[in-house]
Write a protein that binds this ligand. Structure first.
Ligand SMILES: *Cc1c(COP(=O)(O)O)cnc(C)c1O
Length: 431
């Protein structure tokens, strides 16, 4: 007897079905790519209600569309949020989130264990908006507490942090955000909701670079913002103007009042995406959706392969250290068992006894691995940060960023583990 569907579908079911239905006009089973800039109104009243936010519907692809909507609903379902917004890139997601939260002169606190691009965005580009980052050690809640000031309006960290694969104590960080009355934003790119759902640990907003494991195939740049529906904008101790003030471009509507627990996602769309403009193309949304359908299978295999490679490198005579939270003796291992018990992801660093020269030699000798600046592909990827992404920094800055001369970063793909290991072995043996 076939079983009736359960009330709350499991993660794999959501990864394939959430948000999607056969196309109402053609019956197409896979979500079609609606490659159009704009949508015809039924009549003048319909147009007026769409523009006045009184009805939901399609207007113009900068603000959304049917392909993007399926991706948004799927990501919201996987993260357990109330709504999501798909945008052009992970960095666009971050820019829109802060544009929605901050006013000129405001500050936010960020864990310094971040993707290098985020460090640049926060330090330099955000200054032009008069938004100011204060850095803290995300692995030390005490340091995060100390960085908070009366001007702090948000807290930002990664769940599994770049580049070393450090697991962050999200409940401890969330408690600090709660005490300060500010929302906690978590970049969940490295973990994906398969390994960690930040909302369950106290996050209010989740951001993603869908470019990485969510899309998973290294073929498109995309990002997402998830509204967890947990932050009370109207009751907050601080005034988040975009959410609570009467909005002059929508007839004085107060977004938090009208849209309740998904007001943040709406604000990001109707102010951030509408006015800053980093829309995702319907084609990229389609590619990411296809990737998300196999997310659970891919993440399980990514983690299994990464653990096998880390265990092998740990014993290798040319390797000084391996920093992978999945290894029993790693300092993040205990935290991993509560934050991401299914696995520590597939991005980690290790150190070569031969230092800088050995790093350069390895990336030039591997054959299966691709030497490039990305992560989260089905293909195994390798980079030597000191000679590439962190080249501009001083030696001291490089060491502080976890990118010393001896450091190599891997993103383990979905090939057969013995082939991945054999390639590293031959690369390490090269002279
Ligand atoms: C890649 C990445 C980003 C930026 O995303 P893009 O899609 O490249 O704009 C942000 N955070 C993390 C953790 C990333 O790996």
């Amino acid at each position: 007897m076939p079983q009736p569907p359960t009330a709350t579908p499991g993660f794999s079911t959501l990864a394939i079905h959430a948000g999607a239905a056969p196309d109402p006009s053609t019956g197409a089973r896979v979500t079609p790519i609606y490659q159009t800039t704009s949508y015809v109104f039924n009549d003048v009243d319909h147009a007026a209600s769409l523009f006045g936010l009184e009805a939901f519907g399609n207007i113009y692809t900068r603000i959304g569309g049917p392909t993007q909507a399926v991706l948004e609903q799927r990501i919201a379902a996987l993260e357990g949020g109330t709504a999501a917004l798909a945008v052009a890139s992970g960095h666009a997601a971050q820019a829109i989130v802060f544009h929605t939260l901050l006013e000129p002169g405001d500050e936010f606190v960020a864990g310094r264990q971040l993707y290098g691009g985020s460090v640049n965005q926060f330090n330099h580009s955000f200054k032009k908006f008069d938004w100011h980052v204060r850095w803290a050690d995300a692995t030390d809640p005490e340091s995060v507490s100390k960085a908070m000031t009366p001007k702090t309006r948000a807290l930002f960290c990664e769940s599994i942090a770049n580049p070393g694969g450090v697991v962050v104590n999200l409940p401890a960080i969330a408690a600090i955000a709660k005490r300060a009355g500010v929302p906690l934003i978590v970049d969940n790119t490295l973990a994906t909701p398969y390994l960690c759902r930040p909302k369950e640990h106290g996050a209010d907003i989740v951001v993603h670079s869908l470019t990485k494991f969510m899309g998973g195939h290294g073929n498109s740049i995309a990002g997402a913002i998830v509204d967890c529906g947990t932050y009370d904008w109207l009751g907050a101790k601080h005034r988040y103007k975009t959410l609570v003030d009467p909005n002059p471009s929508y007839n004085g509507m107060r977004l938090a009042e009208t849209f309740g627990n998904f007001a943040f996602a709406i604000a990001c769309r109707v102010m951030g995406l509408r006015d800053l403009g980093p829309a995702i193309s319907p084609f990229n949304a389609f590619l990411i959706l296809t990737g998300v359908e196999t997310l659970p299978l891919r993440m399980a295999k990514h983690c299994e392969n990464a653990l096998a490679v880390a265990r092998h490198l740990e014993k290798h005579k040319k390797v000084a250290w391996v920093n992978y939270a999945g290894l029993a003796k790693n300092k993040s291992h205990r935290l991993m068992q509560t934050i991401c018990p299914k696995g520590a992801g597939s991005v980690f660093t290790f150190g070569l006894k031969g230092g800088y020269e050995a790093g350069v030699k390895l990336v030039s000798s591997v054959k299966l691995f691709s030497h490039l600046a990305n992560i989260g592909d089905v293909r195994s990827l390798i980079i030597h940060p000191a000679s590439t992404t962190h080249r501009q920094l001083t030696d001291e800055q490089r060491v502080a960023a976890g990118a010393g001369p001896d450091v190599v970063r891997l993103s383990i793909g979905l090939e057969d583990a013995p082939d991945i290991i054999a390639d590293l072995d031959q690369g390490l043996a090269a002279r």
